[in-house]
Design a protein around this ligand. Sequence first.
Ligand code: 13P
Length: 249
Amino acid sequence: MRKLYIAGNWKMNMVPSQAVEFAKSLKEQVKDAKVRVMVAPTFVCLPDVARVLKGSNITVAAQNMNDHESGAYTGEISPDMLKDIGVNAVILGHSERRLYYGETNSFINSKVLLALKKGMEVVLCVGETLEEREGGKLEAVLKEQVNVGLEGVDASQMDKITIAYEPVWAIGTGRTASPDDADSAHAYIRSLLAKKYSADVAEKAIIQYGGSVKPDNVKELMAKENIDGALVGGASLTLDKFLPIVHCI
Ligand code: 13P
């Protein structure tokens, strides 16, 4: 049985003082959650949030990291910096990074490999644009994103990888993929993992859905066989929306 994994990607929201207050309340109110919980604050919020959530049942993740260990990369953050402040997880390949910052599958792959080398957990985001979906390219796009994104990752490391399926057209738009559409994309991703690794790896893989997940659609999505959690953007920013999502079971 795969355990549901609900993550809040705060994106570029909340200043550190707000993030700390939010994390303190969240910690109290999810301590009996039946799902696994993650939050991903911005870099400047991470040290304080990691301190507040240390020893809790909430995983703290970064939203990105650099693909080098250290050096002359002005403005960048390395995995060792994250680990030093108690952050052992990272979201990689989010569609906003692909779209606005030109991140390619092979560039994302180099970050995945470095994060794993450093013993970090990775949430690898994949998902098609509306144009790709309407052009019949859904499977080709997912195949490329999964296979290139995970190149060089071996089966024994797959327990450190969560895949987040986030159709780009459903992010921040209020348009959710129907539970059936999402489930079939997840089933396809699982089949890619079965082919690349084994039926066992595929069966155990956690595949989150992301894209306008809200308290009123989360139950229907999570009821689907291949949907093992959610990567939540907008609705992770307030407790009145995020708590019912976390407590969806
Ligand atoms: P929304 O929940 O705001 O659509 O964002 C989804 C997302 O991109 C999470 O990473």
